[in-house]
Design a binder for this molecule. Structure first.
Ligand code: PDD
Length: 284
């Protein structure tokens, strides 16, 4: 059966779902999104993702006339209609489709465009057998990376540069410091401490990152929230990334230098197990 996609209040088979060519998401990347993972047919960190969606919308003065209960119902319907057990729900909101292309925001505003679809990812909880290799690239994104906008050209390009160099992903570097991965937050374990960059406009404040920080505190592990250099990461005992689509994923190579002997380390493995357990327990 065709995947069922939600567009502005209607559920449609994916081949029939469409938005206007005047949609500002299409013309100007004037839209925001969230990716919420699904385990056992339930939504992981749902409240966190919706709170960040509200922050992204507010930052861009965008309106979405649906409360969290309505958004939860839509997410659950997406999961149910598509019999999704493991994978993710993608939600996108744009500033809508005014009658003309114009740089100025439509005044009066037009209704936002809301789209939800699912993607199955069997084996999401089990995770990959091996860690990933990353390369470093300059961070050429705009300066408001705390807003989860759909302008993903550079992250997408970055992943292709990585692939072209035989790696799985790229870590972006600015002023000599790692900002984050193209679609994940970056962490290292050095001198018995976890290190990850604090939230600011320079990175997306990851919902998985926040959950892992809670687990780090509960497990009594030591933590430093500060930026780190690439050299520090290459010399670290472990490195890993966090995101809704990868949970906790070890990084075993950075720019052709093996990290921690080139195999996944115990801290990342432990945090991954704790995260998956907590995600299953608290999913809604
Ligand atoms: N990306 N940093 C960036 C730039 C991201 O795009 C993401 C998520 C994260 C991690 O955030 P979270 O833990 O809330 O998923 C950090 C999603 C998964 C994506 O674009 O598919």
């Amino acid at each position: 059966m065709a995947r069922q996609v939600h567009v502005n209040g209607r559920w449609l088979p994916e081949g029939e779902a469409s938005v206007s060519v005047f949609d500002r998401g299409f013309l100007m990347a004037d839209g925001v999104y969230e990716v919420t993972s699904v385990l056992d047919g339930r939504l992981v960190d749902f409240a966190g993702h919706m709170a960040r969606l509200r922050r992204s919308l507010a930052a861009l003065s965008m309106d979405l006339p649906l409360d969290d209960a309505a958004l939860l119902a839509l997410h659950r319907e997406a999961v149910a209609r598509n019999a999704l057990s493991e994978g993710m729900v993608y939600l996108q909101v744009t500033r809508g489709a005014p009658p003309e292309r114009d740089f100025a925001w439509p005044d009066p505003p037009v209704p936002p465009t809301l789209v939800l679809f699912t993607q199955a990812k069997p084996g999401l909880a089990r995770g990959p057998e091996r860690g990933i290799g990353v390369i470093s690239i300059p961070d050429l994104r705009w300066a408001r990376r705390d807003i989860k906008t759909v302008q993903l050209l550079y992250p997408s390009w970055g992943k292709m540069i990585a692939r072209g160099r035989g790696a799985d992903d790229a870590w972006m570097v600015e002023d000599g410091l790692v900002t984050e991965g193209t679609s994940n937050n970056a962490w290292i374990v050095a001198g018995g401490r976890l290190v990850t960059r604090p939230p600011s406009e320079a990175i997306l404040s990851g919902i998985t990152r926040a959950a892992v920080l809670r687990l780090v505190a509960e497990a009594g592990l030591s933590l430093e929230e500060r930026p780190f250099t690439l050299a520090e990461a290459q010399a670290a005992d472990e490195a890993f990334v966090t995101s809704a689509t990868t949970f906790v994923l070890p990084v075993v190579r950075i720019d052709d230098r093996p990290v921690g002997g080139g195999s996944p380390g115990p801290v990342a493995a432990r945090l991954r197990a704790l995260y998956v357990e907590e995600a299953r327990r608290s999913a809604v």
